[in-house]
Design a protein around this ligand. Structure first.
Ligand SMILES: Cc1cc2nc3c(=O)[nH]c(=O)nc-3n(C[C@H](O)[C@H](O)[C@H](O)COP(=O)(O)OP(=O)(O)OC[C@H]3O[C@@H](n4cnc5c(N)ncnc54)[C@H](O)[C@@H]3O)c2cc1C
Length: 462
């Protein structure tokens, strides 16, 4: 593999001249700013950025990378925990300029550029009373989130983000441009619904949107000492709740405003709710929740984009993040005891654990219908050590790893790929399970030389 440094300047110049967007080199003043990603723990030094603004730029960049035998990374929203939107020495194909959104109100579909962020999609669809199911923090990239699966507030009602993907335009490793959907290139369409950026660069997504304007939601909190009781109740409740009701459970600290002062810096077991049904029935749906006597609740009707961005302010870019994840089928007594133990010693105010329900509509898609293998798991769990201060990196990493190690024996074996860092081939295989071999076959056909390797990598068979 060559490095950018090893290339003749004329080769780089010829390439740059083909672009509508620009290149950014290590010698450029904005290089250091450009190489920042959301996770402040990531410190990679690429050889060059290509800031693509259209499909032609993406095609030129893929061809340039392949012809010059360069390591290629593709960056969408730059949120990936392991920094998989960047690489060292190689070429970063940046899609942050590849943004466009068109809402087709009649058909309730939305076309979205490969570099758009969740909040931009919400902004465009909300005036029409529509929403595309996505995640819970609005600064996340549509690209990475969708290709990995997409778990969020609407998963129980409308499924994962991939369950609402109708079509994608892609640039493949050989530079060809294809459209994939249920009829055309259906093998690729299957693979990109969960298989990540392994198969090509998606330049546009077409989603099914749904009639969601306002939702009824927000947090309910209980003292951390009640974790076992609340988790036991939650497991029974959420798995029997109507699809309209979503709620992910967390162990967390209330770090400060906008929460009232008496809660600050205390540990809690919390649930963040989203009811996406008839607003006249919302209060009724919340009766059994409020009957559990939360110490604090702030639930009410709000525009869907407000819930989607409720936590944005707490998590600005540049914090240190260390991630660990697993799927779980149950929340038995041993699991609940570990949540109480590690939830009681959260090391920094922003560090937390989340369990997202994989039930309702998300669980009614077959395990082999998309590349996303864990449709029968009840929860996608994630533990994140978070802090602004790099000096606390060791502390948050240790808590996260210890928490994960204590729970892993009770897990379903694999993790949601978008909640993983760089954790090696065994973890990737465990996370795609029975779908791994089919993914490897498709990878071999479309990317035999593993041009797209900076991702949760499916290796081609040779
Ligand atoms: C604060 C925060 C909140 C999150 N909340 C959720 C959540 O609620 N639900 C959820 O499911 N996940 C969530 N995630 C995880 C998120 O889905 C992943 O981090 C995802 O990788 C982010 O995508 P990105 O485009 O921002 O990242 P990037 O770092 O840009 O890319 C991640 C990977 O996707 C590939 N990629 C990105 N765009 C494209 C494209 N257009 N074509 C081909 N490959 C592409 C990249 O090459 C890379 O391998 C969250 C992450 C953070 C940091």
């Amino acid at each position: 593999m060559k490095t950018i440094k090893g290339l003749e300047p004329t080769i780089i110049e010829t390439f740059s001249n083909q672009l509508q967007g620009k290149t950014i080199m290590p010698s450029d003043a904005d290089f250091d700013e450009t190489r920042k990603v959301y996770n402040g723990m990531i410190d990679k030094h690429p050889g060059m950025f290509v800031m693509c603004v259209d499909v032609a730029d993406v095609i030129a960049s893929v061809n340039f990378g392949r012809e010059n035998n360069l390591l290629i990374a593709v960056r969408g929203g730059g949120h990936n925990g392991g920094g998989l939107g960047l690489c060292n020495d190689g070429l970063v194909i940046d899609l942050s300029g590849l943004k466009f959104i068109r809402v087709d109100v009649t058909n309730k579909t939305v076309r979205v550029g490969g570099g758009n962020l969740l909040r931009e999609v919400d902004h465009a669809t909300h005036p029409f009373g529509l929403a595309v199911p996505a995640g819970i923090v609005s600064t996340t990239g549509v690209g990475g989130l969708t290709l990995g699966g997409g778990v969020g507030h609407l998963s129980r009602k409308y499924g994962l983000t991939i369950d609402n993907l109708l079509e994608a335009d892609m640039v493949l490793a050989d530079g060809t441009f294809v459209t994939v959907n249920a009829e055309r290139n259906s093998d690729l369409f299957w693979a990109i619904r969960g298989g990540g950026g392994n198969f090509g660069i998606v330049t546009s997504f077409k989603f099914q949107a749904h009639p969601v304007k306002n939702v009824f939601g927000g947090p309910t909190l209980w003292p951390i000492e009640k974790t076992e009781e609340i988790m036991e109740w939650y497991h029974e409740f959420i798995n029997n709740a109507p699809d309209e009701l979503n709620g992910f459970i967390t162990t967390m600290i209330i770090p400060g405003p906008p929460f009232p002062e008496h809660l600050h810096n205390k540990q809690f077991c919390g649930i963040i709710w989203c009811y996406a049904g008839d607003m006249n029935r919302a209060k009724e749906a919340f009766k059994p929740i409020l009957a559990m006597n939360p110490l604090f609740e702030h639930v009410g009707e709000m525009p869907y984009p407000s819930l989607q961005s409720l936590f944005d302010g707490l998590f600005p870019p540049g914090l240190q993040w260390y991630w660990r994840a697993d799927f779980f089928n149950e929340l038995g007594p041993e699991i609940r005891a570990q949540h109480l133990k590690f939830g009681s010693k959260i090391p920094t105010p922003l560090s937390q654990m989340h369990l997202y329900p994989i039930s309702g509509a998300a669980s009614r898609i077959g395990k082999e219908e998309t590349a996303w293998a864990y449709r029968d798991a009840k929860y996608a769990g994630v533990i994140v050590g978070i802090d602004p201060d790099p000096a606390n990196a060791t502390k948050i990493t240790k808590w996260c790893k210890d928490y994960w190690s204590a729970l892993h024996p009770y897990s379903s074996g694999g993790a949601y790929s978008n909640f993983m860092m760089d954790e090696g081939q065994d973890r990737i295989k465990a996370s795609y399970k029975h779908n791994y071999n089919r993914l490897a076959k498709i990878k071999t056909q479309y990317d035999p030389n593993n041009l797209f390797s900076v991702n949760q990598n499916i290796k081609p068979n040779h």
